[in-house]
Design a protein around this ligand. Structure first.
Ligand code: ADP
Ligand code: MG
Length: 574
């Protein structure tokens, strides 16, 4: 999973592939700029020598004209190069963002549970830019820098081999220093990014629970935590900054030392070797150019390490386990007629205890089955398994006689509605939230479902009816209103199987009764799997499955359970 310069480049290449030709052309433009920049001093040198020593105005003007054309051409090229930025932004930034966002939708259930939300938001929105900077600064600019360094040295050698030899010494010194410091920066940067991810996720968590935190009088503790976290990060940050500065300083000193030697040498040559003024100027310019190209190279090399550590995190995110490849091929077209657990056992991870132990039962079409049991007995886990979020480690789940794993998720979910205790509501109108995924539903069906879910009166009482705006997470609604909307939405979907996990937990008795009254009609022919702690709801089901510590403790009609199952009586205080 560790990325280096080359693997990072290869990773980013996938977002650049489709504009290959443009990039090559622009790069040639850039290269031309570099060449112009490097040969300009020679032209100047020739011009100066021509005028000072030969009084040759004609050549002076001719060379000057060439220089003029080259400059104009360079300016035009420069604008073209600018377009490359656009392509890079679109290609890499958008590409990476889209891919990370897509990855997010496909994460495996286990990864979804452990996702650091704040960090993920940050990564998608903010860190994707690092990749563009890496390409521009660390690939393009560095390639140009290397090219510049080579050209400078060659030219200096051509003019005077002694100077060439002195200049060459600068290269390994700078490169070595840059790599040494770079790898240290990398290590700290990785630690830093890890800390930062935790920090930002924590911040996200705090912000999402501001209201309730206040009631816990947690302000002081939270502020203290924030203070500590900031401190911790500052320490690492300043360590990196110091290493960066130390590295840059060291490089500057090496560079200056060599420059001094070069100047002294140059002075000696000028006095005793009769170097021409133009040549002296040219040499001076190349010395400076070489040393600035070298420090540019070194600085980029150090920065690259920090960028790579960021890109590595995005890469790691894209390598997280998804549902890809685990999706079945079989498209579920027929109705769900039977769900059958065959000796199923499940646990969340290798180190974790067994949550469901050898479950063996089946549900037929149209049946309403209540899953009951004390908290932590595995009810929600059972539903997760039916939804195919996790595969059972032992035994199998058959749907219409076929292993659940063989079905394509999308086709499976087309047949299922879910209502969880926390109803998913996004910012938007009630109508949009009721549609959720479907394109359009006739008004009379909307009304029918909302009536059956006991939420129609509430919607009617709102000024804008179905177009009333719901805030994020349904914050402007009561828990009961949210649940009733969730139930209405489940009714609206043309599903064969409805899964409800404590979906009526926040409802008052009147509303629960209203829903139960209408249930038979609206759920006719549909299979229901209901987790509930409410006796009324449970009693109206066809069958009850009682879980205790992940095992089936009893199963039967509600009446039977009431009579025969002591755990059932205990659970509902009968
Ligand atoms: P119930 O819905 O009956 O209250 P759950 O099915 O949610 O119970 O949980 C059953 C057990 O599995 C609990 O002990 C719980 O701690 C554990 N558990 C639930 N979800 C996870 C998870 N994502 N990772 C690890 N353990 C989990
Ligand atoms: Mg539960």
């Amino acid at each position: 999973m560790k990325l280096n310069f080359f693997t990072t480049t290869r990773f980013l290449w996938r977002y650049m592939r489709d504009k290959k030709l443009q990039y090559v052309l622009f790069y040639i433009g850039w290269l031309f700029q570099t060449v112009v920049e490097v040969i300009t001093p020679i032209i100047f040198g020739i011009m100066i020598n021509r005028i000072v020593y030969y009084n040759d105005l004609a050549t002076f003007l001719k060379v000057g004209l060439v220089f003029f054309y080259v400059t104009v051409f360079g300016i035009i090229l420069y604008y073209m190069i600018y377009e490359m930025y656009g392509y890079l932004w679109n290609g890499i930034n958008r590409g990476l963002r889209m891919e990370m966002f897509g990855q997010l939708q496909r994460l495996s259930a286990a990864e979804m549970v452990s996702l650091q939300q704040g960090d993920t938001v940050n990564m998608i929105q903010y860190w994707s830019m690092t990749a563009v900077n890496f390409v521009i600064r660390n690939i393009v600019h560095n390639a140009n820098n290397i090219f510049r360094i080579i050209l400078c040295i060659v030219i200096i050698f051509r003019i005077n081999p002694v100077f060439g030899a002195v200049s060459v010494v600068m290269v390994p010194l700078s490169v070595f220093t840059a790599f040494r410091i770079g790898s240290r920066i990398r290590k700290n940067s990785e630690k830093n990014k890890e800390k930062y991810a935790k920090y930002i996720s924590w911040l996200f968590e705090v912000i999402s629970s501001l209201g309730e935190l206040r009631f816990w009088s947690a302000e002081k503790t939270i502020l203290k935590r924030y203070h500590d976290k900031l401190d911790e990060m500052n320490q690492l940050n300043s360590k990196i900054a110091m290493q960066n500065t130390a590295g840059t300083e060291l490089l500057e000193n090496i560079k200056n030392g060599i420059l001094v030697i070069q100047y002294v040498l140059l002075a000696c040559y000028a006095v005793y070797g009769g170097l021409m003024v133009g040549t002296v100027t040219v040499m001076l310019t190349y010395f400076t150019m070489l040393s600035s190209a070298l420090s540019g190279f070194a600085k980029n090399t150090m920065d690259a390490q920090e960028r790579i550590s960021i890109i590595e995190r995005m890469y790691a995110f894209l390598c997280k386990e998804t549902t890809d490849g685990k999706d079945g091929q079989y498209e579920l077209k027929e109705r769900i007629t039977e769900i059958s657990f065959q000796n199923c056992s499940f646990w969340y991870g290798s180190e974790q205890p067994v949550v469901l132990d050898s479950l063996d039962f089946s549900i037929r079409q149209g049946e309403k089955v209540a899953v009951v049991g004390s908290s932590g007995s595995g009810k929600s886990t059972l539903l997760n398994l039916v939804l195919g979020l996790y595969p059972p480690q032992e035994g199998s789940i058959l749907l219409n006689g076929r292993d659940l794993a063989q079905y394509s998720r999308v086709s499976l979910y087309d047949h299922i509605s879910v209502v969880f205790q926390q109803v998913l509501l996004l910012k938007g109108t009630i109508r949009e939230n009721l549609f959720m995924g479907s394109d359009g539903i006739p008004e009379e069906e909307l009304v029918r479902a909302c009536k059956a879910a006991g939420v129609y009166d509430y919607i009617q009482s709102q000024e804008h009816g179905f177009d009333t705006v719901i805030e994020q997470w349904g914050r402007n609604l009561s828990g009961g209103q949210r649940q009733r909307l969730g139930i209405a939405r489940a009714y609206l979907r043309a599903s064969d199987l409805i899964i409800m996990d404590e979906a009526t937990a926040s409802l008052d008795r009147k509303n629960e009764e209203l829903i139960l009254e209408n249930q038979n009609e609206i759920l006719q022919g549909r299979t229901c799997l209901v987790v509930s702690h409410r006796l009324r709801t449970v009693m109206q089901c066809d069958r009850v499955l009682l879980l205790k510590d992940g095992r089936i403790q009893g199963m039967g009609t509600p009446e039977e359970m009431k009579e025969r199952c002591p755990e059932f009586r205990e659970l509902f205080a009968l």
